[in-house]
Design a protein around this ligand. Structure first.
Ligand code: 5GP
Ligand code: MG
Length: 175
């Protein structure tokens, strides 16, 4: 399968994904029993995992969608990530951040800090994919669908230069 200039091969099937998401949801339903968590989906990549995970949640809960805008900070050397689009009050809420994939962990680490600053009672992360070998920050990803090696993957919400998000399965770059 080709996207732009690159060849990809099937890596995780949609059946396996939905089976795994059901298990993750079951765990969240158990851990947050009697609680009313606020799920926050980090766009764009997580819109599909958020839709499928949230439908397996049986708790009285809400979902919101935010974007992380990266811009170059003149003062520091790296990219600064800023949260946009959040309308809900966060104070005292149990927040579960939904991510498609955690790579270096920088994005989700920054988001976790932002939600804590807004007064969240708790902040946990649910990620469909996690590349532990790529992790560069101190971060605990509580709910993980699949731990994968540091591969480049597309499909199920994940893109390669804008394309591939609509693929039902997850593909990896052809080795
Ligand atoms: P982090 O801040 O953890 O390094 O980056 C996380 C973001 O990088 C993800 O939300 C995703 O947008 C992008 N990313 C990281 N690894 C991959 C990958 O293998 N495939 C795709 N399509 N995006 C990735
Ligand atoms: Mg993402």
């Amino acid at each position: 399968m080709k996207i732009h200039d690159k060849e990809f091969v099937k890596y995780i099937t949609s059946d396996k994904i939905s089976e795994t998401l059901k298990k993750v949801a079951l765990q969240i339903n158990k851990d947050y029993k009697e609680k009313n968590p606020l799920f926050v989906s980090i766009l764009n990549g997580s819109f599909i995992v958020a839709a499928d995970l949230f439908r397996e949640i049986t708790l009285e809960s809400e979902i919101s969608f935010v974007k992380v805008a990266s811009y170059h900070d003149m003062e520091s050397s790296g990219d600064v990530k800023k949260l946009i689009g959040l309308n809900e009050p966060i104070f005292n809420r149990d927040v579960i951040l939904i991510e498609d994939i955690v790579d270096s962990g920088r994005t989700i680490k920054k988001m976790t800090e932002e939600f804590k600053e807004l007064g969240a009672k708790s902040v946990e992360v649910a990620a469909l994919l996690f590349k532990p070998e790529s992790l560069l920050v101190d971060l605990n990803v509580k709910y993980v669908g699949f731990e994968i090696p540091p591969l480049f993957v597309v499909g199920y919400g994940l893109d390669y230069n804008g394309l591939g998000r609509n693929l039902k399965d997850i593909y990896q770059l052809k080795p």
